[in-house]
Each structure stands twice: as C-alpha cells, then as structure tokens.
Design a protein around this ligand. Structure first.
Ligand SMILES: *[C@@H]1O[C@H](CO)[C@@H](O)[C@H](O)[C@H]1NC(C)=O
Ligand SMILES: *[C@@H]1O[C@H](CO)[C@@H](O)[C@H](O)[C@H]1NC(C)=O
Length: 200
C-alpha cells in the first residue's frame, strides 16, 4: 500500500475517532498560568488530540513551557519592549495593599503588553498564514484579554474556549457579560493586609 494511501487512512481514522487539532495560547504570564494552560494541553494530548501551544513571551524570565505532552510549542516575541515587567505585582506580591483586580497601574502595564502583542501578531502575515494553514478545530486562551479570540476569528477557528486559572473576578465577569451575584462571587483577589481582615 502506498504511503499516501496509508496517510489518508490514518487521517480518516483519527477524524472518525474524534481527534481534534487544538491551539492553546499560553502567554508567559507567570509560572502558575503557564502550568494551568500546559496541564490542559497534556490532558488533551493524552486523550489523543493534537495540541499546539503558542506562547507570547510576556515575561522572558519564565522559562517553563508548562507541558510535557504538547506536540508543538512556539514562543513568540513582540517587536517592541512592553511594560509587563513594570507590573508591581510581579515584583513583590506581598507589598501591595490592593488586590490585583483593583490595581489599575498594573492593568495599564498589562494592557500595554496585550495590545502590543495583539498588534504584532495581527501584522505578522507569515505567522497568521502558518497558523491558518493548520486548520485548527478548537482554540483556547485565558480570558484576560479579548485579543486572542479576535485572532482565532481571523484564523477561521470556529470553536473558541475561554479558560481562567483564577476565580471569575467581577471585572472579568463584567467584561465577558457574565452575571456575578455579589452574595457569592469574590470581588477582588485579597492579598497581604486584606487577607488578614478576612481571616486567611
Ligand atoms: C516543554 O518542556 C518540557 C520540560 O522542560 C520538555 O520536556 C518538552 O520537550 C518541552 N516541549 C516542547 C514541545 O518543546
Ligand atoms: C508599550 O510600552 C512600550 C514602552 O513604554 C512602548 O514603547 C510601546 O509603544 C507600548 N505599546 C503600546 C501598544 O502602547
């Protein structure tokens, strides 16, 4: 049997078995976020799906890729330096007296970073062409920015999944149009001083 026929049978069999090609965006936000996305990649790869991780390199000091089983991992660097390293939260998490959700200077640095990567990726035609040619069935990213979901749309990926490694804070719920009843949804992430007040 010729090799192309074998390849065709393999492709057909994997389709019948329900194997998908999945793109996971995992910016190097921090160790925990990288491992959260990487663990999802590992579970999906173990289940027989082909999983590619795309890592916008927000924090080059984060060296881990978070996954042992992803089939491909691509690190992507912005064309311009961003303000990601200036986020106070990244320097001393215990020195803050406000939760990250209300730390607006931090969100400004985060916004600068996500917008810079968004512009760079959308201007990078060879990258978009190569991602488009993969014909991913599913794409997922954490929901702290809308940008990656717009990029998934531009790549023609119809099934998009929002993940979150943290609880759904009120500002994120608002952004996604999800109701967040005050009685049981945390309004911010309590850190340091605030944590004492609620007995943590
Ligand atoms: C991701 O990192 C792990 C641990 O360092 C390594 O074993 C693996 O080969 C890396 N994955 C890819 C696709 O480079
Ligand atoms: C982000 O900040 C850097 C450094 O201040 C600046 O050069 C860059 O233009 C900013 N990017 C955006 C999208 O605002």
């Amino acid at each position: 049997m010729s090799s192309w026929l074998l390849s065709l049978i393999f492709v057909l069999l994997t389709r019948i078995a329900g194997s998908y090609k999945i793109l996971i965006v995992s910016p190097t936000l921090s160790h925990s976020h990288i491992h959260f996305q990487g663990s999802i990649a590992d579970v999906l790869a173990e289940a027989g799906h082909e999983v590619h991780i795309f890592m916008p390199d927000y924090a080059p000091d984060e060296k881990s890729n978070g996954s042992m089983k992803a089939h491909r991992i691509t690190l992507y660097k912005a064309t311009t330096a961003t303000q990601f390293a200036e986020i106070p939260f990244k320097h001393d998490v215990f020195a803050q007296n406000v939760g990250f959700a209300f730390d607006f200077p931090a969100w400004d640095c985060f916004l600068n970073t996500t917008v810079q990567y968004c512009i760079d990726i959308l201007n990078d035609e060879p990258l978009l062409d190569s991602l488009r040619s993969e014909r991913y069935d599913v794409a997922m990213a954490e929901g702290y920015t809308f940008c990656y979901f717009g990029i998934f749309h531009a790549l023609g990926i119809r099934t998009k999944i929002v993940t979150l490694a943290i609880s759904l804070t009120e500002n994120l719920a608002d952004a996604w149009g999800i109701p967040s009843p005050k009685s049981y949804v945390v309004m911010r992430i309590p850190i340091s001083q605030n944590a004492n007040q609620i007995g943590l």
